[in-house]
Ligand binder design. Structure first.
Ligand SMILES: Nc1ncnc2c1ncn2[C@@H]1O[C@H](COP(=O)(O)OP(=O)(O)O)[C@@H](O)[C@H]1O
Ligand code: SF4
Ligand SMILES: [Mg+2]
Length: 325
């Protein structure tokens, strides 16, 4: 299988300005490389502030990376694109957001929200045909009977239904790649699993690929084939979902595992609290970015930056695995 999406050493530094002058940079992504195959679900896991959303936005070309390259279907996206090319690209790569409330226009009815992508990307203007297409896509995401919901406003729906409308909006244009940015984290625990199942069903039916962003390792295990663990703007570990969770190699992945008891209960922030937080990315820690929190830190960990070492089908950015390479 060929790589559908490939990031090669991508960095994204946001300038911080004071009195209009650039003074410092937020190092939101540094040297990020990973790939995703067609039909694959790849989870990007890490605590808040790790650079996950920035990664999705670089892929969606909301931001142009500071350095490195992103390839989609073998073609770089870090080039000047005409308005039409950009429109076509954003058609193929769709985002699903964490907060379905803020991603749906509160003044528009569900039917009108869903009609926009059909008009924009499918040039569909026949109202009867469009109404049918809106109903079909609502049924696909598990909203039934659809005619009951087309005339409702987002605030008249439950959180889960709103997220389903968000998913419907994303898939309505038949994209190849979906960037799902914490799609269940604002929903009731009781409906998270059913939203994940809807996403998995759609993936099979439509041959989609997902970058599934979450801070919940157990949720990532449930939906994905492989997992990328990100911390403070850098990748710490990459591996198959099962291996990585059964035997986490990186001390940060081990910490995440401790904090994520099950897909139902999700992330346990309290358990993580006692070992600190993601550092400021304006001046990230020298050497290994995890060193201030790492129980295994050695002297060189705060001086040198470890590479991503290859370990039994895994990649791990940690000096503990340096000698075995
Ligand atoms: N547009 C921006 N300008 C400046 N800093 C940003 C911007 N977007 C994100 N950041 C910073 O980049 C870091 C990573 O953020 P983000 O990608 O949102 O992380 P995550 O999604 O893992 O919580 C944070 O320190 C955040 O404050
Ligand atoms: S490189 Fe050092 S500080 Fe970083 S995770 Fe490994 S042991 Fe811990
Ligand atoms: Mg985020």
């Amino acid at each position: 299988m060929n790589d559908f999406l490939k990031l090669e050493s991508v960095s994204m530094h946001f300038p911080i300005r004071k009195f209009g002058k650039r003074v410092r940079y937020v190092h939101a992504m540094d040297d990020v490389s990973f790939s995703l195959k067609k039909g694959e679900v790849l989870s990007l896991v890490g605590e808040s502030g790790s650079g996950k959303t920035t990664t999705a936005r670089v892929i969606a070309r909301v931001y142009t990376s500071t350095s490195g390259d992103v390839f989609v279907n073998g073609k770089t996206i870090n080039r000047k694109m005409s308005k039409n090319e950009l429109k076509e690209y954003r058609h193929r790569v769709q985002m699903i957001f964490q907060d379905p409330f803020s991603s749906l226009n509160p003044t528009k009815r569900v039917g009108s929200i869903l009609s926009r992508p059909f008009i924009l990307y499918k040039s569909m203007h026949n109202s009867k045909e469009m109404r049918q297409a809106e109903k079909d896509v609502l049924e696909l995401v598990g909203i039934a009977p659809p005619e009951l919901y087309l005339d409702k406003f987002p605030h008249e729906l439950s959180g889960g239904q709103r997220q389903r409308v968000g998913i419907a909006k994303a898939i309505s244009v038949e994209p190849d790649l979906i960037l799902a940015d914490e799609p269940t984290s604002m929903l009731d625990v009781s409906i998270r699993l059913s939203i994940m199942n809807t996403l998995l069903k759609l993936k099979e039916e439509r041959n989609l690929s997902y970058l599934y962003i979450t801070h919940d390792l157990a949720g990532a295990r449930y939906v994905s084939n492989r997992i990328v663990v990100m911390y403070a703007g850098m990748i710490m570990e990459i591996g198959s979902a099962e291996d990585l969770i059964q035997h986490p190699l990186h001390p940060y992945t081990q910490l995440l595992k401790k904090a994520a008891p099950s897909p139902e209960t999700g992330f346990n922030k309290k358990k993580l609290g006692y070992v600190g937080e993601v550092p400021s990315l304006i001046s990230p820690p020298k050497g290994c970015r995890f060193s201030p929190r790492c129980p295994f830190a050695m002297e060189k960990c705060s001086k040198d930056t470890p590479l991503l070492y290859k370990m039994e089908g895994r990649k791990v950015r940690c000096f503990l695995y340096e000698k075995q390479n």
